[in-house]
Design a protein around this ligand. Structure first.
Ligand SMILES: [Zn+2]
Length: 300
């Protein structure tokens, strides 16, 4: 069966030169995956932009008005990491739409991956750390509202804590938030996920995988989700500009394969997003992100 991969050319917009966010990585990732067409048999899906009803399930009316209408304060824009533009709004809605489409496809086929997504620092009323709308939260809330599923596990393995998602769902027992991240990293003020594992600087492949294998099967057994959202951030890589952990490309593949295979063996649908990854070398960065799609393609 082909693997549903979700992509929109509008994921990438122009940013000023030397902007620290690697906006072109989505395009380079798509090109990388297309060049591996024979190994990765993909069914490419083009998402629609997310609509306001779905955003309003997790974000406040004031914040949505300011973000969609272009009246975010200079301080709010600085905290977001981006200068506001209409193009930024459009790409954000496409990215959230991509994660929504990933869940729809995963519920259909068992496994689907976005080629963007994982904007886990966005709070109900504020953007933060390159995250404007929380795609994981919007998607989880949507799947519950539509009664597609009743219990969702969010596995967030980006190197940064999924603070926005954890805070949004701290009182929602239908959603379990699991974040494994670098202890000494953004955000300075951590939130309480349902399970947090904070790793020391320099953690490498073996220790990282040992922590994961000690937690995930138990979570699946105890929480008994009927859908898993997986944030496969590659900023855990040794060469990442922001990460401070020390995973290799082999370690990334092993991690992603382990998460996806464990969930699939438990009969659970999984929708995956690529999460964070920061490197000026976009080819190297896209190659790290592609480990997710390569791992997924071995399971379809
Ligand atoms: Zn990150």
């Amino acid at each position: 069966m082909p693997l549903p991969l979700i992509h929109h050319p509008g994921y990438t917009i122009e940013l000023p030169p030397r902007h620290p966010f690697p906006m072109a990585k989505f395009r380079v990732l798509r090109n990388t995956l297309v060049s591996e067409e024979t190994e990765i048999r993909a069914e490419w899906i083009t998402p629609q932009p997310a609509n306001e009803t779905s955003l309003a399930r997790v974000h406040t009316p004031d914040y949505l008005r300011a973000f969609l209408g272009g009246s975010l304060s200079p301080a709010a824009q600085r905290r977001s990491g981006f200068r506001w533009s209409e193009a930024l709004v459009e790409r954000t809605l496409l990215e959230v739409g991509g994660t929504l489409a990933s869940v729809e496809a995963a519920l259909d086929t068992g496994l689907a991956c976005n080629t963007a997504g994982g904007t886990h620092h966005a709070h109900a009323d504020a953007a933060s750390g390159y995250c404007l709308i929380n795609d994981l939260a919007v998607t989880a809330a949507h799947a519950l509202a539509k009664r597609w599923v009743a219990r969702i596990l969010i596995v967030d393995l980006d190197v940064h804590q999924g603070d926005g998602t954890s805070r949004l769902f701290r009182h929602d027992h239908r959603i379990f938030t699991f974040s494994m991240h670098g202890a000494a990293n953004f955000p300075a003020r951590k939130q309480h996920s349902d399970l947090d594992i904070a790793l020391p600087r320099g953690t490498g492949d073996d220790d990282y995988l040992a922590h994961l294998k000690a937690s995930l099967p138990q979570l699946l057994a105890q929480f008994a989700p009927d859908l898993v959202l997986y944030d496969a951030g590659v900023d855990v890589h040794a060469d990442d500009r922001l990460g401070h952990l020390a995973l290799s490309n082999t370690g990334l593949f092993a991690r992603d394969h382990y998460v996806l295979a464990t969930c699939r063996e438990a009969g659970l649908p999984v929708a995956a997003v690529i999460g964070g990854g920061y490197d000026r070398d976009l080819k190297a960065l896209a190659n790290r992100h592609a480990q997710l799609h390569r791992a997924a393609s071995t399971l379809t």
